[in-house]
Write a protein that binds this ligand. Structure first.
Ligand code: ATP
Ligand code: MG
Length: 326
């Protein structure tokens, strides 16, 4: 349990921590956010998934009061992001905003500075900094200047800085972009720990696997519009493409199997049959039972469940999030 959870008492599991309706933003003549709706329940993780230029950072900046929307409404912890900057800022933490941390100071000094800026008091500041250094695996690096930190360590310190005052809602704008696989997993564990402690997280990402790993809900943002919103499983169900792939030893077995499984697609050269399926055990058992009953042996079998790449392709007509720079 995070010992600094006092501020979290104001949110309840049933009240959305973030409620966005009809949000609009343009820069010059360019529409960047076009009627965006988004609800994030307290104590959950929502991933805002989208390619470069989709409007992710703009959304996060509006929600953290750094950018003023042109239209629509947005509430964080019940506070209006336009009318109640103070209320919103007291509830949130935003990573990325501390890229101006003092690189000549040590990690510990930076954290202490932030704690004092947040009016924590000398004694409480010290204990909070010790807690954070441990939580973020920065004890060994605590007394070293930030200039010597690796990318992963800096990202962890960044997040620790935002958590000094135990915000109830945190925004993570692409928290793992540029990190190696091990640092990504460390960051994922940290996010899971925060959520277990009751923090609400809105994270933006270009990575489908990250959204799938962490998020209770995923909102797909493309060209300033939410093109899909649901649990990872709901999004996957939107997409056809699940199938069982069976390979046989010879043409005779393939023939018999193709007759038994009438919905299947056959590839004579590869001796392969592809059977549409939701990827579940029940469907697999039905297929294997039918083949068994006719004494048809399967040489090789694989199951393909639709993943978020398939979802993105189905929703936006593009295979992935790359190559769509703004
Ligand atoms: N201050 C600004 N002035 C003009 N245009 C802007 C400004 N901020 C953002 N934009 C434009 O708004 C669009 C959305 O930008 P935004 O940074 O929100 O996208 P993003 O989804 O965060 O992209 P990325 O994955 O590259 O971080 C882009 O076309 C960008 O050029
Ligand atoms: Mg961005």
């Amino acid at each position: 349990m995070n010992p600094g959870n006092q501020q979290k008492g104001t949110t309840h599991m049933n009240t959305p921590a973030i409620a966005v309706h009809g949000l609009r933003k343009s820069y010059g003549g360019k529409v960047v956010l076009d009627d965006v709706d988004l609800t994030v329940n307290a104590g959950t993780v929502t991933a805002l998934l989208g390619p470069n230029g989709a409007g992710k950072t703009t959304t996060v900046h509006i929600l953290s009061t750094l950018v003023r929307p042109d239209g629509g409404t947005a509430f964080v912890n019940g506070c209006d992001v336009v009318r109640d900057h103070g209320g919103v800022r007291a509830a949130i933490g935003l990573t990325g905003q501390f890229s101006a941390v003092d690189k000549l100071l040590t990690g510990e000094e930076n954290l202490l500075l932030m704690a004092r800026l947040r009016h924590l008091g000398a004694k409480r500041s010290k204990t909070r900094v010790v807690e954070l250094l441990e939580q973020f695996d920065l004890v060994d690096a605590a007394r070293k200047p930030l200039a010597t930190y690796s990318g992963g360590m800096q990202r962890r310190l960044d997040l620790a800085m935002t958590l000094v005052a135990t915000p109830s809602v945190i925004f993570l704008d692409e928290p793992t972009t540029g990190l190696d696989p091990r640092s990504r997993h460390t960051m994922w564990d940290i996010v899971r720990g925060l959520v277990a402690d009751g923090t609400t997280v809105l994270l933006t990402t270009q990575y489908l696997d990250e959204a799938d790993e962490l998020a209770d809900r995923i909102a797909v943002l493309d060209g300033g519009r939410i093109v899909a919103d649901g649990t990872p499983d709901e999004l996957k169900r939107l997409v056809p493409g699940g199938h069982i792939r069976l390979r046989f030893a010879d043409a005779a077995a393939l023939d018999t199997a193709a007759r038994l499984l009438d919905e299947s697609d056959r590839d004579d050269a590869g001796l392969v049959l592809t059977v549409p399926s939701d990827g579940g055990v029940g469907a697999l058992r039905t297929v294997l039972d039918r083949l068994d009953a006719a004494d048809v042996e399967v040489d090789d079998l694989s199951i393909h469940t639709p993943d978020l790449d398939d979802v993105f392709f189905a929703l936006t007509g593009r295979a992935d999030t790359k190559g769509t720079a703004s």
